[in-house]
Design a protein around this ligand. Structure first.
Ligand SMILES: O=C(O)[C@H]1O[C@H](OP(=O)(O)OP(=O)(O)OC[C@H]2O[C@@H](n3ccc(=O)[nH]c3=O)[C@H](O)[C@@H]2O)[C@H](O)[C@@H](O)[C@@H]1O
Length: 267
């Protein structure tokens, strides 16, 4: 931003676009479950048509193309931790499938452009990411808990809170994506932090770091919620020399400072 050769364009990837580019980081798609389930047909269109349009653009410009895929391609995984070779356990007719199947077909399209047209492609599977500047109403668990704790509202734990996730700080993700883009391997690569927590453990950590007086309120869980998730990152470590550096406790503290400012609570 502010650099003379930087250009910001507001565009819906479902429509074609003519640009001149060398690299494409294709990140466009709602990622929070409440947002991707809000208009699920649009989510499928974004994943399929949006990815096809961006691959078409990459083909015309001979640009290198990186698709931001997701841990959700593993569905409710029967393998734990998840390796890139695992094909997953996705419900094709469930409420989450607009996103899960959308990202799966986005990976398929990416590989078919690679095989059919010799396009240079890269695939990253991103695991739960959090950090400063997330929308206060994003709806994902870390931003919900932090905002709730700061506002003295109960932390909303869905289900019994024994389901697990592995949380990655945003700067680790960005370094991982750049390493994949600039590396020589197509992937797919899991990019995530293997530290695994139950939602109750996360709630208690947020209490400790943000507001020890915060209470917990249990809510009904959503359908097809994956019961556990943790990346095996051996491939990214060995091939790219990448691994996450920021521990959850430290990442939370950085997020809290930013959330406090935006909630008008002082830094
Ligand atoms: O954060 C991410 O990067 C990932 O978030 C979502 O996946 P999900 O793991 O379901 O994300 P959350 O909505 O943050 O849910 C995580 C867990 O926390 C629980 N949760 C969520 C919100 C809340 O207020 N309380 C709560 O207990 C959910 O039931 C779930 O078990 C997206 O589907 C992924 O594409 C995305 O990569």
């Amino acid at each position: 931003m502010g650099k003379p050769n930087f250009e910001l364009i507001r565009h819906d990837v479902v429509e074609r676009v003519l640009l001149e580019v060398d690299q494409i980081y294709h990140l466009a798609c709602p990622a929070s479950p409440i947002h991707y389930k809000y208009n699920p047909i649009k989510t499928s269109k974004t994943s399929f048509l949006g990815t096809m349009n961006m691959l078409g653009l990459a083909k015309r410009c001979r640009a290198r193309f990186l698709i931001s895929s997701t841990s959700e391609v593993y569905g409710d995984p029967l393998q734990h931790p998840q390796e890139e070779t695992y094909w997953g356990n996705v419900n094709p007719v469930g409420e989450r499938s607009c996103y899960d199947e959308g990202k799966r077909v986005a990976e398929t399209l990416t590989m078919d452009y690679h095989r059919e047209h010799g396009l240079e492609v890269r695939i990253v599977r991103i695991f739960n990411t959090y950090g400063p500047r997330m929308a206060l109403d994003d709806g994902r668990v870390v931003s919900n808990f932090v905002a709730q704790a700061l506002k003295n509202e109960p932390l909303t734990v869905y289900g019994d809170g024994t389901q697990t996730r592995s949380f990655q700080f945003v700067t680790d993700l960005v370094k991982g994506m750049v390493a994949v883009m600039d590396g020589a391997h197509v992937g797919p690569f899991n990019i995530g932090n293997p530290g695994e927590f139950t939602m109750l453990e996360l709630a208690n950590l947020v209490k400790e770091v943000v507001n020890p007086k915060a209470t917990i309120e249990f809510r009904e869980n959503t359908s097809d919620d994956p019961s556990r998730r943790r990346p095996n990152i051996t491939k990214a470590k060995e091939i790219l020399g990448w691994e996450p550096k920021v521990a959850l406790r430290d990442g939370l503290a950085m997020m809290v400072q930013d959330f406090k400012k935006r909630l008008g609570l002082g830094a």
